[in-house]
Write a protein of this length. Structure first.
Length: 373
């Protein structure tokens, strides 16, 4: 009897192994230049609504994108060819191959969210009204590039400050509020809630009390991982998960001023800024164009990449080419993108509610060789 049960168990284990390994892989790691990204070769015919695209606008943005070293490295001679092409659509179709991006060997569905250029009010002088400092990168913040020792960790940075002969964690958001930060102050904001959401967006325009406007953008952060305060509000039963949005979070914070610090401190990450000469600027160093720029996880998608996305934005189909020109602490995973929606109230409204299923393609040069699998 025991022998029969043992044989039956072995048969079941063998069948389980057989069927699990017979499952067809939908995607593979195809390129040495994208060692973490599962891809499946596709075609322009499979890109939803590609025939409705503004090809001239894509070409114009591609040429602008090629001003950066990262894009030139990825697209090589195509950056020069784009400047002299006479037919934008033919250039795209003849020069690139779309590859559908997968989260792993089987799943191609991801998440699209949105962000915008934040707007806040501030003064160069601290007053009772303008009292929340917007810091530049602290002088004692040390950033360690781990790739100099461990090339496989090229996407990671270690941040802290030196105490004695040790590198210790830098001050958290709460600690920075209680201590003097060794940094220059760009301005003083009239709302710590608006300042917090400026950190989330990464860039913004500041309207000063002398009626002038300046632009600020992400420069560094204190080394802590980003934690979404929406999750904390769900955890403490302040909001239902399905109701979480930028707008609902702002309303709750406005209605509970005594708990603002508690909620904001849940996200220990603190962003430092620098003044910029132009509007919203991404990690690639280019000024972002509304609905043509996305933030990505560069562990999977190289900055400078030409992408194609299919999702819903403001309850309407949104299928078009975009460029990977930014990154974000909350943007993690291969099929994950954050769409830049511009500036103003409408952009903020759409961005705050945008959570859509996403399909993502990366457009690579036809000359790029797939590795032997």
């Amino acid at each position: 009897m025991k022998l029969s049960l043992t044989i039956l168990l072995i048969i079941l284990l063998c069948l389980s192994y057989f069927f699990s390994h017979k499952q067809k892989k939908e995607a593979e790691i195809l390129f040495n230049a994208l060692p973490n990204t599962y891809l499946s070769k596709s075609s322009f015919n499979k890109l939803p609504r590609f025939q409705e695209e503004n090809y001239e606008n894509i070409l114009e943005n591609f040429i602008n994108n090629c001003r950066t070293k990262k894009a030139k490295k990825l697209y090589g001679d195509l950056c020069e060819d784009a400047k002299t092409t006479l037919n934008a659509k033919s250039f795209l179709v003849d020069s690139f191959v779309p590859y559908l991006v997968y989260t792993d060997a089987q799943k191609s569905q991801g998440l699209l969210t949105g962000y915008y250029e934040a707007e806040l009010h501030a003064s160069k002088v601290q007053t009772n009204k303008y009292k929340y400092p917007l810091y530049e990168t602290p002088r004692d913040l040390i950033t360690v590039d781990l790739s100099t020792i461990y090339p496989e960790l090229k996407s990671y940075r270690l941040r802290g400050r030196v105490e004695g002969n040790k590198l210790v964690p830098y001050d958290s958001r709460e600690e920075s509020r209680e201590k003097k930060v060794d940094a220059d102050i760009i301005c003083y904001c009239d709302s710590q809630i608006d300042r917090f959401f400026l950190e989330i967006q990464g860039s913004g325009r500041v309207k000063l009390d002398d009626n002038s406007t300046m632009f600020v953008g992400y420069d560094n952060q204190n080394g802590y991982k980003y934690r979404a305060i929406g999750r904390y509000l769900v955890k403490i039963k302040a909001l239902h998960l399905e109701d979480v949005s930028l707008q609902s979070i702002k309303v709750w914070l406005d209605e509970h001023p005594s708990r603002v610090n508690e909620v904001l401190n849940y996200n220990k990450s603190l962003v430092y800024f620098k003044e910029r000469a132009q509007g919203a600027t991404g990690a690639l160093g280019l000024e972002l164009h509304a609905r043509r720029a996305v933030a990505v996880d560069r562990k999977y998608i190289p900055l400078g990449s030409l992408l194609y996305i299919d999702a819903k934005v403001a309850d309407a189909n949104f299928s078009q080419a975009v460029f990977a020109q930014d990154t974000g602490g909350a943007i993690k995973g291969a099929v994950r993108a954050d769409l830049f929606l511009g500036t103003g109230d409408e952009a903020e409204k759409i961005a705050g509610k945008l959570k859509s299923k996403l399909k993502l393609w990366i457009l690579l040069p036809k000359t790029m060789q797939e590795k032997n699998i």
